[in-house]
Design a protein around this ligand. Structure first.
Ligand SMILES: C[S@@+](CC[C@H](N)C(=O)[O-])C[C@H]1O[C@@H](n2cnc3c(N)ncnc32)[C@H](O)[C@@H]1O
Length: 240
């Protein structure tokens, strides 16, 4: 029970549960913060898994042919999920409540037809594991990395279309600008990938982490890069 006081009381909370579901009671929040998370989709893009379309075809020509369709399915799922997130938080915020969100976005110099670097890197590593017979091709074809890096424009349009919030400020920051590449080593790369995706890999493929680590280290020695260029978008919103 809150002690009686004439001073304003600030109550903060971090709540377990999916942010794609209701987390708080209606009209109960003054400020919502969501940091570095909304590029995670609620699930694999519906248009792909319903129609059994692989996100990353092992065959290069098939991959090129389906590229647009795959990207559009990811973009559509992002719009659906982000719209749902905005609707849910709008119900939980009081009138004129504020919300600050940050998420990974595509850098403006990266062409709109590029697949998410994270998804592509993981898919490339897994496809090597298929070639080596470590994982089944059918399993690989039904695996979707549930991450989408939208452009700032897509984020802005989704907020405007949904209509519950006005945008007070949007800022894009490139965290890779000051990154010292000398500090990027195979073990850091592999640890980062593990931290990002071990639970979803193990859930889908079983415990293939030893083989995944080995394939990821080899991938790093060929590509010599972390996860490619990306940017962070921070947005300050007010409930309309
Ligand atoms: C990169 S971490 C960011 C963690 C922290 N917010 C920060 O800024 O340091 C992304 C987090 O989002 C969580 N996440 C992804 N999808 C989620 C969902 N639908 N509901 C709640 N959390 C989710 C992941 O479990 C992970 O902890």
């Amino acid at each position: 029970m809150l002690r009686q006081s004439n001073e304003h009381v600030v109550v903060t909370g971090i709540t377990p549960g999916s942010f794609y579901e209701r987390l708080y009671t209606s009209d109960s929040l003054h400020l919502v913060c969501s940091s570095n998370s909304l590029h995670w989709l609620s699930k694999a893009p519906e248009d792909l898994f319903r129609n059994l379309i692989p996100a990353y075809d092992m065959d290069k020509d098939a991959r090129r042919q389906r590229h647009r369709l795959v990207l559009e399915a990811y973009a559509k799922q992002f719009r659906k999920d982000f719209t749902n997130f905005l609707k849910l938080r709008a119900k939980e915020l009081v009138s004129k409540g504020r919300m600050v969100v940050s998420l990974v976005v595509r850098r403006s110099d990266v062409t709109a037809t590029k697949f998410s670097y994270l998804s592509r890197t993981i898919s490339q590593i897994l496809s090597v594991m298929v070639s080596e017979g470590v994982i089944d091709k059918e399993k690989f074809d039904s695996f979707y990395v549930p991450v989408y890096e939208p452009s700032s424009k897509e984020v802005r349009e989704t907020i405007e279309e949904e209509g519950s919030f006005s945008i007070k400020e949007m800022q894009v920051h490139d965290p890779t600008t000051d990154m010292n590449n000398a500090l990027s080593t195979p073990s850091k790369f592999v640890n980062l990938l593990r931290a990002l995706c071990e639970p979803i890999l193990v859930q889908h493929f079983g415990d293939v982490m030893y083989e995944f680590v080995s394939a990821a280290e080899r991938h790093w020695s060929l590509e010599g890069n972390l996860l490619g260029p990306y940017a962070m978008l921070a947005i300050s919103l007010a409930k309309a």
